[in-house]
Every structure is written in structure tokens, then in C-alpha cells.
Design a protein around this ligand. Structure first.
Ligand code: NAD
Length: 350
């Protein structure tokens, strides 16, 4: 398996592979950049089809974190951990303790938190082994805890901004929104959208998560294979990445795509495909930064929830600036966001 000539290798600073026989932990920690601070990004625990797939995910997700942290003006570089889920390594406090020791061995160049497949409790087990962790239970008046409600809040504000630009509407009342994935972020997002009067279509491959949302809110459940192509105003991808491709884009009906999932575009060129179809795409790492904003405030300490909220309320402004430049230049929003992030990172290096 090649690394330095891997298509997703993007001048990553370091790649670390961990193997712990006692717990079965197999993990990759990718440090993409520390130009703007320690590399921060969550830990994803997923059942990958192959080691190669896990490596690709670590490389792509860590680069995305560098860009996300830069455009969100956080004192962080970008990194990501992926843990290979398997029957040989069942979820346990010992597994996350082993992961915590792995994080600690990097001496603070990488800071972890929860992502897909991990919870606040898992991060507590990590905390027993290392100080380089965030997304822990809230203590006192300090901001912190599960970042997903904050991510959902930022996505909700971003959807409002995108709807205003693309559909000319100040309200989500009566609009149809398809939410792909109703896990941590998707479920919170559904609540915000419902309160704003949106009509919800949801899909998930996890029956429990689907049941939790459909018993709490009036939603139309759609088959996972259909949700991307639902006849809606807004598509909010909140599951996994690589969903906007040359095969899926021609069949989309939504004219706004704005959701939490990382790496929604399969390739950079898919952003242009969306532009050509006049679909307004909110760049994933710009709109989904609410969680890392909370993680950052928690990690450095001394912040209130109001400060986290105020930071997240800047997400729509960032999106509006990108949307305005896209309208003026005809260029895809993802390219503009990437350029902006790269400028900030280059300035930080100097
Ligand atoms: P989660 O694991 O809690 O939820 C993801 C949900 O998507 C699960 O219910 C899963 O069953 C479902 N899913 C997976 N494949 C699916 C498919 N093909 N069709 C429909 N549903 C599918 O994860 P989360 O924390 O809610 O994160 C969701 C996405 O948002 C991820 O891409 C994550 O990287 C991104 N994100 C999360 C945060 C955060 O604060 N948790 C922050 C930024 C970005």
C-alpha cells in the first residue's frame, strides 16, 4: 500500500500506525498540518472494507480538518484518527484507553475528540491516558461535551443562509429537507429544522436511530438508496462522505446541498458538476465546523456556551461570502473555500 504517492496524500506531516495486541486496537492517526497549531480532529471508528480504505479516509479527513480549522479561525492544525472496527476489537474502555496511549505518544501534536462511532464516554476512557483530548463531559460553566448538537446548530444556520441565497427565502417554513443519516448530528438537525417549520424526509441504515427520530418528530422515512434523489428543496447529508459523484449528481433534485457529513464530494470536480446544475453547495468543512468550535473552546478552557454560540453564528457569514464570490465568478464553492483555506494556512506558516 503506497503512501507518499497515494492520490489522497497531500503533504501530510506525519502518519502514525498503531497496533495493540491486548485490545485488538488498530488505528491510523494522520497529522496533516500543524502550521496553525496542534493537529485537531476527531476519531472515527468504522468497519472499513480494507486497510487501504481506512488509510484513504484518514488522509482525506485530516486534510479537511486543516482546512476546517483554518477557515473557522481556530488555533489548530488538522489531523484525524481512524480506528478499524472489527469483531476482534470490540468497543470497550480498554480499547479507548489503548487509543488514548497512542494519542499521548504523539506528545500533543494531535488532539482527539469524538467523531462517527465514538461517544463522550469513549473520550473519558481516552482522557484517563492523555490530556490531548476534548469533547469530554461539561464541567461547571465551561463549554464542552458532545460536539454534535453544536455541529447541528451550525448546519442549521448554514441551511438558512443557503436557502436565502438560492431560493430567495427568509424562512424554512414549508420547505422540504431530506436528511441522510439521523445519528448524533442528523437527529439534532431534524429538531432544529422541524422547529423552523420544514417538512422532513429522513433515511438511515441504522434502525434504532431511525426509530428514535421518527417517534419524536413527524418525518417521512425514505429508503437509504432513495434519499439523495428525494424531491426536496434541500439535501442535508449527515452520514458518510463520497456521496456526491458523477453518478449521483445528475439525479439530484434538491437545489441546495448543505449538511454535516465530511468529504461529501467524491472528487474536487464534483463541485463543478454541482455548479453546472445550479445546485448551491455549502462546502462541508465550512458549514460543519460547529463541533470543532466547541471542542476548541473546551480544550483551551474558560469559555462559556454563549461564546461558543457566538463563534458558530459566524458560519453563515463565511458561507455568504463564498456564495457571493461564486455568484460573481461562476466558480464552484468548494474551490473557493479551498483557496481561502490555503491562503490562511500559508499566511500562518510565515
Ligand atoms: P453518527 O455515527 O452518530 O451518525 C451517522 C449516521 O449515518 C448513523 O446513524 C448511520 O447509521 C448513518 N448512515 C451511515 N451510512 C448511511 C447511509 N448510506 N444512508 C443513511 N444513513 C447512513 O455520526 P455523526 O457524529 O452524526 O456525524 C455525521 C457526519 O457528520 C459524519 O460524516 C461526521 O464526520 C460529520 N461531522 C460530525 C461532527 C460531530 O460533531 N459529530 C462534526 C463535524 C462533522
Amino acid at each position: 500500500m503506497s503512501v507518499f504517492d497515494h492520490p489522497e496524500f497531500n503533504d501530510h506531516e506525519a502518519l502514525h500506525f498503531f497496533n495493540d495486541e491486548a485490545t485488538g486496537l488498530k488505528a491510523i492517526i494522520a497529522v496533516h498540518s500543524t502550521a496553525l497549531g496542534p493537529a485537531a480532529g476527531g476519531c472515527r471508528r468504522w468497519s472499513y472494507a480494507s486497510d487501504a480504505e481506512a488509510l484513504t479516509d484518514a488522509l482525506r479527513l485530516s486534510r479537511g480538518m486543516t482546512y476546517k480549522n483554518a477557515v473557522s479561525e481556530l488555533p489548530f492544525g488538522g489531523g484525524k484518527a481512524v480506528m478499524l472496527a472489527s469483531d476482534d476489537a470490540p468497543k470497550s474502555a480498554e480499547l479507548f484507553a489503548a487509543f488514548g496511549r497512542a494519542v499521548d505518544s504523539l506528545g500533543g501534536s494531535y488532539i482527539t475528540a469524538e467523531d462517527v462511532g465514538c461517544s463522550v464516554d469513549d473520550m473519558r476512557a481516552v482522557q484517563d491516558q492523555t490530556q490531548y483530548v476534548s469533547g469530554l463531559p461539561q464541567s461547571g460553566q465551561n463549554a464542552g461535551g458532545d460536539p454534535s448538537p453544536w455541529t447541528a446548530f451550525g448546519v442549521f444556520l448554514g441551511i438558512q443562509a443557503a436557502v436565502k441565497v438560492r431560493l430567495g427565502k427568509d424562512s424554512l417554513d414549508g420547505l422540504a429537507v431530506a436528511v441522510q443519516g439521523v445519528g448524533h448530528v442528523g437527529a439534532h438537525l431534524c429538531k432544529f429544522l422541524h422547529e423552523a417549520g420544514a417538512r422532513l424526509l429522513v433515511a438511515d441504515v441504522n434502525g434504532d436511530n431511525l426509530k428514535a427520530v421518527s417517534s419524536a418528530l413527524p418525518v417521512e422515512v425514505v429508503a437509504p438508496a432513495e434519499i439523495l434523489y428525494a424531491n426536496v428543496d434541500v439535501l442535508a447529508p449527515c452520514a458518510l462522505g463520497n456521496i456526491l459523484t458523477s453518478a449521483t449528481i445528475p439525479k439530484l433534485k434538491a437545489t441546495v446541498i448543505a449538511g454535516a457529513a465530511n468529504n461529501q464530494l467524491s472528487t474536487e470536480g464534483d463541485g463543478r458538476r454541482l455548479t453546472e446544475r445550479e445546485i448551491l453547495y455549502a462546502p462541508d468543512y465550512v458549514i460543519n465546523a460547529g463541533g470543532i468550535i466547541s471542542v476548541s473552546r473546551e480544550y483551551y478552557g474558560g469559555s462559556s456556551e454563549d461564546e461558543v454560540r457566538a463563534d458558530i453564528e459566524k458560519i453563515p457569514q463565511r458561507l455568504e461570502a463564498i456564495f457571493a464570490e461564486a455568484a460573481e465568478t461562476g466558480r464552484p464553492t468548494n474551490e473557493l473555500a479551498d483557496e481561502y483555506a490555503r491562503r490562511l494556512i500559508a499566511a500562518g506558516r510565515k
